[in-house]
Design a binder for this molecule. Structure first.
Ligand SMILES: C[S@@+](CC[C@H](N)C(=O)[O-])C[C@H]1O[C@@H](n2cnc3c(N)ncnc32)[C@H](O)[C@@H]1O
Length: 372
């Protein structure tokens, strides 16, 4: 297979047109070629994460030949060698032609390996590979409307749990829970808490382990995620937690919980208004709703300087918006934004909302919400 890539970035046939900026044309051409290379590396890093190759190179921690790296990872040498070709030319791995050895610099390993958690960006690259698998369906939606339902996304809950382990679980004790004065103390004394849209429930399991006097329940509409979560909670011997298959738009709890959590679970809802109203009803009058959701503005022009805006709009097109539209939902989109979030929270009865950001987390806002 080959692709059509211009041999030179010479002026195009449009270059004679009035107002056509040749320098801008060339600079953008360079950028587009860069996009192709970097997009290619996302797939290679995803493979490197899944196969354990990046971890194997970190473990070796020295220049090694292809067969040594393949042996360390337990993989086929020919594939490993080709993969290394991409990573060497992509300046991720270093190559010594004299000894024919490859090494992963420690500074790169600190962003690309499991040992680097919560900074392991190679795990995040798996989203790109996942999106590639559903491109045909999304292409169809561009033409015919509708959306791609959750069930079509293979490995979604596995990849999501890995990602949120880094952003949420790893930050819970030191950053997230301390955002609310007295929350840790209440959890220590013993309260009732629910996580809506909990996925595999790792955040809740972490809290259940740390706060044995509190009771935790996790809701998600994915059978697969809830089954995994209940098995894992049992494996960990947690008796103060359970997970239930529930549609977040149909919560029927009344004044039952002291705390409701929603980690990255509002913007892709089919009916986020109903979800927020249900959460408000499910809370005791003096209860707390702590929601983590994507940090962005509701206005496109204000997201221009957002460090990962293209990634967010891509995730939205390929997942968050389409899973909602698949069920004729409102399709808020990943960048629904703080302005709209505050409006919707108020409409749901949260009259006291404080927005927090965490220095290490460029992706999320943390909404601390109370009804009174
Ligand atoms: C982006 S994932 C976040 C999962 C989890 N909170 C985490 O941080 O890993 C959103 C979750 O919301 C769940 N979800 C989406 N719509 C739902 C609905 N209507 N009712 C219950 N769960 C829903 C999905 O199954 C998914 O697990």
């Amino acid at each position: 297979m080959s692709a059509s890539i211009p041999a030179t970035l010479a002026p195009s046939e449009n270059s004679e047109e009035a107002g056509f900026d040749a320098a801008r044309h060339e600079a953008f051409g360079q950028r587009v070629v860069g996009m192709l290379n970097d997009a290619s590396l996302t797939f290679m890093l995803s493979i490197g994460h899944r196969t354990g190759l990046l971890d194997a190179m970190r473990r070796l921690d020295r220049p090694a030949a292809t067969h040594e790296i393949a042996d360390e990872a337990g993989l086929e040498e020919r594939y490993v060698r080709e993969w290394l070709g991409a990573l060497v030319t992509g300046r991720v791995v270093e190559y010594c032609p004299e000894t024919r050895t490859y090494s992963l610099p420690a500074e790169h390993a600190a962003w690309l390996t499991r040992a680097a958690t919560p900074n392991n960006m190679a795990g995040v690259m798996q989203f790109m590979a996942m999106f590639g698998k559903i491109e045909d369906h999304v292409h169809d939606c561009f033409q015919n409307g509708g959306g791609v339902p959750y069930e079509r996304f293979e490995r979604f809950h596995e990849i999501m749990a890995e990602e949120s382990f880094q952003t949420v679980v790893a930050a819970l004790d030191d950053y997230v829970l301390p955002l609310v004065d007295g929350l840790v103390e209440s959890l220590e004394r013993g309260i009732d808490a629910v996580d809506v849209g909990c996925g595999r429930g790792l955040a809740l399991m972490h809290m259940a382990g740390r706060f044995p006097k509190s009771n935790f329940v996790g809701y998600d509409f994915s059978n697969e995620a809830i089954e995994w979560a209940n098995d894992e909670a049992a494996r960990r011997g947690l008796s103060n937690i359970r997970f239930e298959v529930r549609d977040a738009a149909k919560l029927d709890d009344q004044g039952r919980f002291d705390v409701v959590f929603a980690f990255d679970a509002i913007h892709d809802q089919i009916d986020p208004h109903a979800m927020l109203a249900g959460i408000s009803r499910a809370l005791k009058n003096d209860g707390l709703f702590l929601a983590q959701d994507i940090r962005s503005s509701s206005h496109l022009e204000k997201n221009l300087e957002h460090p990962v805006a293209p990634f967010l709009y891509t995730i939205s097109t390929m997942h968050c918006m389409t899973v909602s539209l698949a069920h004729a939902g409102c399709g808020l989109g990943t960048c629904w934004g703080e302005e709209l979030a505050l409006k919707m929270l108020k409409e749901a009865g949260f009259h006291d909302v404080v927005v927090h950001t965490l220095e290490h987390d460029i992706m999320n806002n943390y909404y601390v919400c109370r009804k009174q």
